[in-house]
Structures are given as C-alpha cells and as structure tokens.
Design a binder for this molecule. Structure first.
Ligand code: FE
Ligand code: FE
Ligand code: ZN
Length: 280
C-alpha cells in the first residue's frame, strides 16, 4: 500500500518537517503545498531542508516519486475573462514546476480551473492554450490534472473533459491525471462499481495516466457537485468503497493521499492510515 496524506511544510524544518510529519502517521507517501495554497509567497528552495528530507525518506524507504506537490488553487488556467490573471497563473505555475524539480519530486497536482462567466468549451480551450504556453518542463516532471467535483464552473469533472484537454496538449509526456474520490463521487461517478468507473477512465484517458489518487470521503450525495471532504467512513462514499479503492489491484502502484478534514483541530491521518492498513 502506498499511502499517506497531505502534510504541512512550515518553519523551521520545512520539507524535513513534512517528512517527519508523514513518518509520524506511519505513511510511505505524502503531499505538500510549496507554500500557502491561497497565495504566491514562497520560501527560496535553499531554505527548505531538501537534502535532509531526502536522507530521511531514504532511511525509511520512501521513494521520491511518492512525495507529491499540489499547485496552489489560486491558479486558474481556465480564466479567459481576466487574461492577466491567467497569465500570472501560468508564470507562477512555471515557478512551481521548477520548485517541484528542486524538491526532487515528480508529480505536481493541478486543478484545471473554472471557466467563470464563459462556458465549458471556452474553459477547455483556455486551459489548453495556457498549458501549451509552458515550454520549459524538466525531464521526468508530470503535471497531474485533478478530476474535479464540478462545483460552480469547474472544468474537468468528467473524464471526457480531461481527455479533451489532454488531446490538445503538446508536451503530452509531461501530463497525467490525479483521481480524487470525493470529487468523482460528487461529479456523479458510482465508486461502489469501481471497475466500471476505471473502465471508463481507461476508455477516455488510459489507466497509465492515473498517477495520484486523493482518497477522501464526501459529505454529500453522489452527483451533488459540492466538493466537501469528509473523514473516512463518515461520509456518503463510506469506508468499504474507499478501502476497495485503496486495495484494488488495478490501483496498487498509485500513491494514495488523504485530504480528509482535521478533527477538533487535529490531523486524523495516523488513525485513518491505520484503518486502511487494517481494513476496518
Ligand atoms: Fe486538489
Ligand atoms: Fe483532491
Ligand atoms: Zn476537494
């Protein structure tokens, strides 16, 4: 099981602290934001304790491929109403891609964005042209477009939409997909029939494109398009279905990352990881 959670990256230890947090949950994977997800303030990579972090990962048998980056959600590559916002987003994403490389990570998860006041087709076209304007992606780095819940004007809540984006991308070898269980459930996919959902994913995108899984329960019923994460077994997806995602042979090699909410201000990840390891 390649299993972990979102972890913090804060002073003084930064990335080294992130790895320590993951280890305290007995995780062998983790995901970080390179700074606050709501803004673009970033600490220089020289101060992130990158070597120490990798040393620690190596000691505990954690592969650098299982250290995943999430781009901040202020980035909206689907915004064609305010081109200056989209341009800033792409500039910042360029920097995040370089930071992903410097951190020694491989996968950076990105929300495709929201089309705001236009329409889904315009949104898709805008995403394609924005991403195609990024020419400098280091070898081995992959941008993982996340399956969205379809809240508001979000793009990418159907596999067809992600496939359409992918088709338009020029540097295809640098793009993949992050499958979020809360989001796909909210978008209407029936995860209790996981094989059919995976067949559909395979049909539109190819299973080899799925590189990261976000494992979350959902506060809402299937198809609600709300995007409110719940703790494992506390939502409308339920533990058994999420356990099936976690242990399914077709998904074995893919790192699974919990983004479930804190409980009384405390991270629930140690307990939730244990639940998944024990199957109860
Ligand atoms: Fe996300
Ligand atoms: Fe997610
Ligand atoms: Zn979400």
């Amino acid at each position: 099981m390649i299993l972990g959670s979102h972890v913090k990256m804060t002073a003084d230890l930064y990335l080294e602290g992130s790895v320590k947090e993951a280890l305290s949950y007995e995780a062998n994977a983790m995901m970080i934001y390179t700074g606050a997800p709501q803004n673009t303030k970033r600490i220089p990579v020289e101060r992130l304790h990158i070597q120490e972090a990798h040393q620690l990962m190596q000691e505990h048998g954690i592969s650098p491929e299982h250290l995943i980056i999430h781009a901040p959600y202020i980035i909206n590559p689907a915004n064609s109403v305010k081109p200056e916002v989209a341009e800033l987003a792409v500039e910042f994403l360029q920097m995040e891609i370089q930071r992903t490389k410097a951190i020694g990570s491989k996968y950076i998860v990105l929300h495709p964005g929201s089309y705001t006041t236009t329409d889904i087709e315009t949104g898709i076209r805008t995403i394609i042209s924005q991403l195609n304007s990024i020419r400098d992606i280091p070898d081995g780095i992959m941008i993982c477009l996340e399956t969205m819940a379809g809240k508001g004007s979000e793009v990418g809540y159907r596999f067809e939409q992600l496939a359409e984006i992918y088709e338009g991308l020029e540097l295809k070898e640098h793009y993949a997909v992050c499958f979020d269980t809360c989001h796909t459930h909210d978008a209407g996919y029936d995860l209790t029939d996981l094989d059919s959902v995976l067949d559909e994913f395979d049909h539109y995108l190819g299973m080899d494109k799925m590189k990261v899984i976000h494992l979350n329960d959902s506060k809402n019923i299937r198809g609600a398009r709300k995007d409110r994460h719940a703790n494992l077994g506390q939502g409308m997806i339920g533990f058994d279905t999420l356990y099936n995602v976690c242990t399914h042979p077709r998904l074995e090699e893919i790192p699974k990352i919990l983004e479930t909410p804190y409980i009384d201000g405390k991270p629930p990840y140690k307990e939730e990881i244990e639940m998944l390891k024990n199957g109860v």
